[in-house]
Design a protein around this ligand. Structure first.
Ligand SMILES: [Zn+2]
Length: 119
């Protein structure tokens, strides 16, 4: 099992620079190891009180990650390969962060990710 660790504060700050993931959703350079293996997944939780965007950014090479919650940008629409899962299955998947990240990484390897975005 992959031992995921957090990006440092400087690395997270570096993630916010450069082109938006919504414009260029492909892999990009990792701010920690430099490999072109940085990946992202976005989801909009249905049970949030206000429109929320949850993002997971991880590196498939050095196994660092960061998860953030932000306001859902107005008008942003995107595909969600996990939306087809029954609620119980999805809850099981999200129960552990490490298992969830490994699943996302697998979805990317098999072509279900990255998502497509439209604003
Ligand atoms: Zn890396």
């Amino acid at each position: 099992m992959t031992a995921w660790t957090s990006f440092s504060g400087d690395e997270v700050a570096a993630l916010t620079r450069g082109e938006s993931f919504f414009v260029a959703p492909g892999e990009r350079d990792c701010p920690s190891c430099g490999e072109h293996r940085l990946r992202a997944y976005f989801t909009a939780p249905e049970n949030a009180r206000r429109p929320t965007l949850v993002s997971y950014v991880w590196c498939s090479a050095c196994d660092k990650f960061v998860g953030t919650r932000a306001k859902h940008p107005d008008g942003l629409v995107f595909s969600d390969p996990l939306a087809v899962l029954p609620a119980t299955e999805r809850r099981d998947l999200e129960r552990t962060l490490t298992g969830f990240l490994s699943h996302l990484d697998h979805l990317w390897d098999t072509g279900a990710l990255p998502q497509t975005f439209a604003a």
